[in-house]
Design a protein around this ligand. Structure first.
Ligand code: COA
Length: 504
């Protein structure tokens, strides 16, 4: 039964149940919506889809704020319907990407820990409607979120109006998995009292002001599974290089075989590289991340990971069936928190995380571009990679050394867009090897990166660039008129290869 009133335990709210179309009709041109959802999980689905339907006969635009990317093709449909004025803080949809890059709507690429602060402090527009997916509403007035928490806590506390989507497909067993804690405003805040990945510091649900609840919608849409990209030879080699680096840290006495809490970013590469740890000697591991992908559950199943904290669970269909079909087995090993807490600099620095994120490209000095293809076109967004890289104990970036069949070198003289500066990047890993950049001067970094990480196709070309740069001198030598020559070659010839100098 769709309208399962048993899931609204505060019976005084029963009269607020409405259909998605009616709820969507309250949303007006110029409003700002705070939608639940983080990397295809726990997203509000029925009201955004009803809003898209409304756009067939009516012209309007709204701002769409979320936790991160959303599933059910919602970003695609919102973009196609032409109803997005501004979108933030992250997306990962191919159609929305096209609309952003065509300038059809605005996109603010934001550190994922920042959105809540900017809403709370009034820098971003007030949220007119928070639309959040829930498992249920408790008798004492809390929203139990589903498979992600994202920014829902702040959306609910700051919005003028709240619409709750109770998803009857989401298991009531999710109750008790969440740990909801919202820091006070800046300037009157206490330290966040989280001392370890498995600790709980808040409540099991999101508190709300009942007078702001305008409607409750029942839905049964399932979360969108993430596409499975199995590990390949190169990601396995990258995992081996990462393990070699971590082994070096253990033999130097800086880490033990328990390592330190691990964070791994989105995407197939980070997932495969983390999964590669299954065959390592490391054990009794903890994960303190923003999203838990398949690899974390494979590591839990293998007895390698004993606890995982995040703000979202994003799985392939096969892993979803396994995890949600056996939630009892995993419950005591998991916690879901607001993204403001999972990505908080204070906690990341306190716990001393090892963070592993994916770069599109990095340069010979260690600056990283995670977001802009050829320096101008948005891919997905910075996500949490900046929150983690800047504050972790060891910030690691992984990428294959070449892309698009070798027409692109992921190591370039100068990145065409900077997300993570050389100051925030400790270790870079490709299938060729790794470069530990900590404590190295720029000239030492360039030598090591070219030697260890660059694909053989591009080694001579990068070395020639660097040697010419050395003749110009400087702390960070460059030939400025050639710093983007790789990208210029790509735009002109369809390949970064400079045919005369490359060793093929
Ligand atoms: N220039 C242009 N395109 C490149 C490239 C480069 N230097 N390097 C890779 N690509 C392309 C790949 O060819 C692939 O294209 P396709 O989709 O047409 O096949 C695409 O980028 C994705 O690359 P892939 O190697 O499959 O990696 P991924 O799925 O792991 O995604 C990122 C990599 C960088 C796009 C992704 O990790 C991301 O968006 N990161 C930023 C956010 C983040 O790090 N969040 C972390 C906290 S959760």
């Amino acid at each position: 039964m769709l309208n399962n009133l048993d899931r609204i335990k505060d019976t005084s709210l029963h009269s607020l149940v409405v259909g998605a179309e009616e709820a969507a009709s309250w949303i007006q041109h110029g409003m700002t919506l705070g939608l639940s959802g983080f990397t295809r999980s726990g997203d509000a689905k029925a009201v955004p889809l009803a809003l898209v339907e409304r756009a067939a006969t009516e012209s309007f635009k709204v701002n769409i704020f979320t936790g991160a990317s959303v599933g059910s093709d919602i970003d695609k449909l919102l973009s196609e319907a032409g109803i997005v004025h501004k979108r933030l803080p992250f997306q990962a949809d191919a159609t929305m990407r096209k609309h952003i890059n065509a300038g059809n709507h605005l996109f603010v690429d934001q550190h994922l820990s920042h959105t809540s602060e900017l809403i709370r402090s009034g820098v971003l527009p007030t949220i007119d409607f928070a639309v959040v997916e829930a498992v249920s509403i408790t008798a004492d007035g809390m929203i139990i979120p589903t498979t992600s928490v994202g920014n829902s806590t702040t959306f609910v506390s700051q919005a003028k109006n709240i619409i709750i989507e109770i998803n009857v497909e989401q298991s009531e067993m999710l109750e008790g998995l969440h740990d909801i804690y919202e820091p006070a405003a800046q300037g009157s805040r206490q330290p966040i009292p989280l001392m370890s990945a498995e600790e709980r510091i808040g409540q099991i649900g999101i508190p709300f002001d009942a007078s702001k609840v305008k409607g409750i919608v029942f839905t049964n849409y399932t979360d969108s599974p993430s596409p499975i990209v199995p590990p390949d030879e190169e990601t396995e080699e990258m995992a081996q290089h990462l393990i070699s680096f971590l082994r070096q840290e253990v033999s130097a006495g800086r880490l033990t075989n328990k390592l330190a809490p691990l964070q791994a970013g989105i995407g197939s590469v980070a997932n495969a590289v983390l999964g590669g740890m299954i065959n390592s000697e490391f054990e009794d591991l903890q994960v303190y991340s923003e999203v838990l992908q398949d690899s974390v559950f494979e590591l839990i199943d293998a007895g390698k990971v004993n606890f995982a904290s995040a703000c979202s669970i994003t799985l392939s269909q096969e892993m979803m069936d396994k995890v949600y079909g056996n939630l009892e087995e995993y419950r005591d090993k998991l916690v879901l928190r607001p993204q403001e807490i999972t990505n908080h600099p204070e906690i990341i620095r306190r716990l001393g995380l090892i963070s592993i994120n994916t770069a599109l490209e990095f340069d010979i000095y260690g600056n990283v571009n995670s977001t802009h293809v050829s320096g101008t076109k948005m891919m997905n967004g910075i996500g949490g990679s900046g929150d983690f890289a800047r504050n972790s104990r060891i910030a690691i970036f992984v990428t294959k050394s070449i892309a698009k069949g070798g027409n692109i070198s992921s190591i370039v003289p100068f990145v065409a867009h900077v997300d993570h500066t050389e100051h925030d990047v400790d270790v870079v890993v490709t299938e060729q090897g790794y470069a530990d950049l900590r404590g190295l001067a720029p000239r030492e970094r360039a030598e090591l990166i070219i030697e260890n990480c660059v694909h053989p196709m591009y080694k001579k070309q990068l070395r020639d660039y660097y040697e010419e740069a050395l003749t110009r001198g400087g702390q960070t030598p460059h030939v400025l008129e050639k710093a983007f020559s790789f990208h210029a070659n790509l735009a002109k010839n369809g390949t970064m290869l400079d045919k005369e100098t490359a060793l093929v």
